[in-house]
Structure formats: structure tokens, C-alpha cells
Design a protein around this ligand. Structure first.
Ligand code: GDP
Ligand code: MG
Length: 163
């Protein structure tokens, strides 16, 4: 079986945009579909011939606040159990939030590789905002722009290096 790479993170950080960027637009994402199993979207991907299955965690993101947080936690637990590599996406423009901290606390407990992607970085001359993410305790944040495709090649290099 192909190794599994699971994307986790709180709502609106750009997980689905990144998913689409990596799988190359081969799938259209229907958001807000209820139900735990249908909430997860699997798609085969490869980078330089290295094949893996990418998992997007969506849908349930769009419920009321209390529900959102517990779902993000649940998705993080699920990612740890099923994935070979966890891709944790945060929003560089907003900085680390309490929910990011909750997810990070869960991800710090696994021995599996966790890659921290700081999304929505379209201006590389402003690196200061990235420093805040070191407090999540997951190593270096990798700046990317899923929307613009900036640095996503470097992110994929990092992913396949950890497969
Ligand atoms: P998800 O809830 O984590 O799956 O986030 P989405 O992929 O649905 O994106 C949430 C919002 O962030 C949308 O309005 C996207 O257009 C926007 N977005 C995603 N990636 C980027 C990015 O790299 N840069 C900017 N500026 N906006 C982005
Ligand atoms: Mg999504």
C-alpha cells in the first residue's frame, strides 16, 4: 500500500487549497458534507515518482465553534493513527491560535514525522511572522502559499523525504 500523508489543521488555514495544489486539480472538493467518513478525502499523488496517498480533512470544519475544536482534535488523533507523515497547516497571516496549540500538543505526542507548513505566505521578505510558530514545538515552519504555489515544491520534497 502507498504511504499516507494526512493534512490537519484548524478551519480556513488552506488545507483543501493545498490538497488541490498537490494532487494537481484532479479532484473537486465538496465542502460541508456531513459524516465522519465522508468528511475525509483521499487522493493518490506523487512527487518525482514517489507515490503516496494524500488525505484532506474538511467538511465538519464548518460547524459551530465548540464542535470545530473537538473535530480538529479528533482529526489530529486520526491522522496520527493512520498516516505515515502528518502535514500540519497553520495560517502565517494570523499567527498561532489556541486551536493550533491544541493540535500541536496532540501532534507532539507522536513519533511519526510532522511537517509544519505556514500557509498564506506570499511575501517572503516578511519572515518575522514565522518565528511565532516555533512555540508550537514542532520544529521549523516551512512557509508556503497554497494559493500561489509558492514553495510547495520544497514542501513536497520534505514530505517524500519523510515517507
Ligand atoms: P481549509 O478550511 O483549511 O480547507 O481552507 P481552504 O483551502 O478552504 O481555504 C480557506 C480560505 O483561505 C479560502 O478563502 C482560500 O482561498 C484561502 N487560502 C488558501 N490558501 C491560501 C494562500 O496560500 N494564500 C492566501 N492568501 N489565501 C489562501
Ligand atoms: Mg477544507
Amino acid at each position: 500500500a502507498r504511504p499516507i500523508v494526512a493534512i490537519v489543521g484548524r478551519p480556513n488555514v488552506g488545507k483543501s487549497t493545498l490538497f488541490n495544489r498537490i494532487v494537481g486539480g484532479r479532484v473537486a472538493i465538496v465542502e460541508g458534507v456531513p459524516g465522519v467518513t465522508r468528511d475525509r478525502l483521499y487522493q493518490d499523488a506523487d512527487w518525482n515518482g514517489r507515490k503516496f496517498t494524500l488525505v484532506d480533512t474538511g467538511g465538519l470544519d464548518y460547524r459551530e465553534d465548540g464542535q470545530i475544536i473537538s473535530n480538529v482534535r479528533k482529526q489530529a488523533e486520526l491522522a496520527i493513527s493512520e498516516a505515515d507523515v502528518v502535514l500540519f497547516v497553520v495560517d502565517a497571516r494570523e499567527g498561532p491560535t489556541g486551536t493550533d496549540g491544541d493540535v500541536a500538543a496532540i501532534l507532539r505526542r507522536t513519533d511519526k514525522p510532522v511537517i509544519l507548513a505556514a500557509n498564506k505566505v506570499e511575501e517572503f521578505h516578511k519572515p518575522n511572522e514565522l518565528y511565532e510558530f516555533y512555540r508550537l514545538g514542532l520544529g521549523d515552519p516551512l512557509p508556503v502559499s497554497a494559493a500561489q504555489g509558492m514553495n510547495t515544491g520544497e514542501l513536497l520534497d520534505e514530505i517524500v523525504l519523510n515517507l
